[in-house]
Design a protein around this ligand. Sequence first.
Ligand SMILES: [Zn+2]
Ligand SMILES: [Zn+2]
Length: 565
Amino acid sequence: MVPKNNPRKGSSGARSAVSIAFLGGLGEIGRNCAAIEQDGSILLIDCGLMFPDTDMLGVDLVLPDFTWLLERRDQIVGCVTTHGHEDHVGGLSYLLREVAFPLYGTELTLGLAKGRIEEARLLSQTSFNVVADGERVNVGPFELEFLPVTHSVPQGVSTVIRTAQGTILHSGDLKIDLTPVDGRLTDLQRMGSIADDEGIRLLLADSTNAEEAGHSQSETSVGAVLYNLMHQHEGRRVITACFASHIHRIQQIADAAISFGRKVAPLGRSMRRNVSMAREMGLLRIPDTSIIDIEQVDDYPPGEVCVICTGSQGEPMSALTLLASSENRWLKLTPHDTVILSSHPIPGNEHSVSRVIGNLIRQGAEVVHSGIQDVHATGHAKAEELKLLHSILQPDWFVPVHGEYRHMSAHARLAEIMGTPKDRILVAEDGDRLTLDGDGLRFDGQIPADYIFVHGTVGDIGSNVLSARRILADEGVVSAIVCVDFSTRTLVAGPEIATRGWVDGSEADELIAELAQRVRKATEKSLADGGNMKKVERAVRRAAGGFVSEKTRRRPMIVPVVMEP
Ligand SMILES: [Zn+2]
Ligand SMILES: [Zn+2]
């Protein structure tokens, strides 16, 4: 396949260059954030967060590093939100604390983004500019056009960004679902005509499922499975769990439930909020007569209710997890309950989901999950859909985005198969900055892109804190306290040894006494050698660390404390 002739080729040399910096999302599934620069203006595409891995102890969430952006705060002209998932909008309530800028997105996307921004009392820092499918908007030097795409939340968009260096297409998260629940198709037709008329100079596209062969299942295929399950479980109470933003899944659960005469009861804070928001926007159709409050559930026979709740990923404080550990204040499980997890565990969540399933079964409930029935369909295009996309768009240059490195390289191979020359495919990672000019696209330096860990209220807990936590978790801590009079150069009290998570039981007292002896000798030697506070501290640390490692082959954190009387 030969790349399409680009009408701007040869003439773009004198025009302003365009750069794209990746703050996150290239190397992980999460914290998606890209910055497109031209003529001193920066347009952000998404600003998301990432949920922590299990080795990020105590971390609540992970953000992009905003350092580079904040140094250019006056240049930010706005942020496009491609859809309402947290990995695309969840970082906004942190960045907006530091700098004000307008948001552009569809009604539901902005509605979902607004929740956290409002909670953080930052509404005055931004404006919510609702865009319609196909609408064109000028933001700074860029002309934007928003094309509908199908995904696991309604109203997702691909963004066409017209720049001095031609047309860039950012796919957003998408699949090519030909029978979506709302009939709003991925606009392949418009994509094709843009590719024909103006040519796609650069494509940035979702790589999440690039390794998966074939086509993704249509969302509507899940509806039929849910319908059959409601039929099979007639007379039993049904409790379903899915993502609170997956309005189409909620619609299909509700439709199936209502067709068997059930009332629908949303449970969980975000589920209740999103159901009422989506109903107000006309995106979710549940008649008033079919929806009940969770408090009313016990007023109905089990066979006449269907609860829809949050927690399908086994999140610790979610409705489903609380239900599984019989701590949910609204619901108690009985052997007359069927629980349907209409979801698939995100990598990293398998263990918590499995534990929740175990606890549900232990309480006598029957559990249906994606390992047993097709109660879930992915929201991301698989290999054949991506090939279709490439065949329509035929970009001059391609950069895979949204994925771990393996997903992005799989996507690069697909692009190559579909005719983009290998030297026109750049597999970039977080922190890479690329520049597009008359000569094409090239790597052009780095920006800071560390993981920013948030624990508790605001701010960065830093990777030092995290590595200390890992040592504490794996090895424990040993503290040696000595009180030293530097005027007489004597040890006046201690050593006092305190430890947690190092040794326990019968051998502990003996080891600790021996350790104290070792530290005493080291302290006295250091004092005799004329050691100051710092030197004594170092001697204590070395003696304690050496002893612990020699006697127990362990490496707990050693905390030496030198005090003066
Ligand atoms: Zn995403
Ligand atoms: Zn998404």
